[in-house]
Write a protein that binds this ligand. Structure first.
Ligand SMILES: [Ca+2]
Ligand SMILES: [Ca+2]
Length: 215
């Protein structure tokens, strides 16, 4: 009996050690291929370039609510961001077509507040700047800086045009210990010279992954 108790204690000990070694756990993944929108406020689904994506959005966005997260110290949130059609980046034009700002928040805190430019450099060598990978304002980077793929087809105003969509891989590791998490993506797009702003410029998201991490 004594020996059996010893074995049980040893087994419990090994079990608890094994638990502590595992310090990272995926708690959410969505590639939208099964049209899963549970927990997502203002979900819109669309097929882009052969894959289902969350979007497209213009002058709006979505909320993802997660709950019952296991104990953790950090969260890692990652996803694909598609910037579709003719975004003007930092451009200030009396509020006609810029700036074009996109935001990512967790629990109300801003982690990305950036402009994106899908413009080409003009003949005189001027490249309409975007703030990304830095936040707007006061950051001037060339169009498509930091892109994972700058040569994807456009959707509407740049329909089918290669380079009409740019893919960015966004990944943030955030101090976070609550059992709930609210992820929000929004835009402040500017385009007053068209009756169909969503065709002029829009965005979508794919492959949202949330991991909780213990140190
Ligand atoms: Ca997808
Ligand atoms: Ca614009």
């Amino acid at each position: 009996m004594k020996r059996l108790t010893g074995i049980i204690i040893l087994w419990l000990f090994i079990g608890s050690c094994a638990k502590e070694v595992k310090n990272e756990e995926e708690v959410y993944f969505n590639d939208f291929e099964t049209n899963k929108i549970e927990g997502i406020g203002n979900a819109i689904l669309e097929n882009y370039n052969g894959s289902m994506v969350l979007g497209r959005y213009n002058a709006s966005g979505f909320d993802l609510n997660l709950s019952n997260l296991p104990n953790h110290k950090l969260v890692e949130v990652s996803f694909d961001l598609y910037i579709h059609d003719s975004w003007e980046g930092n451009k200030v034009s009396g509020g006609v077509d810029g700036p074009d700002i996109w935001k990512f928040m967790v629990d109300g805190f801003l982690y990305v507040n950036a402009t994106f430019s899908n413009e080409n450099c003009n003949n005189s060598g001027f490249c309409p700047p975007q703030s990304y990978p830095s936040d707007f304002p006061n950051a001037y980077n060339n169009p498509k800086t930091g892109a994972a793929n700058p040569n994807l087809p456009g959707v509407c105003s740049l329909s089918g045009k290669i380079g009409g969509t740019t893919l960015y891989k966004i990944k943030k590791i955030i101090e976070h210990s609550k059992s709930t998490l609210l992820m929000q993506c929004r835009d402040q797009l500017t385009q007053t010279n068209t009756s169909d702003p969503k065709c002029n410029e829009s965005w979508s998201v794919d492959n949202i992954r949330v991991k909780v991490i213990n140190l």
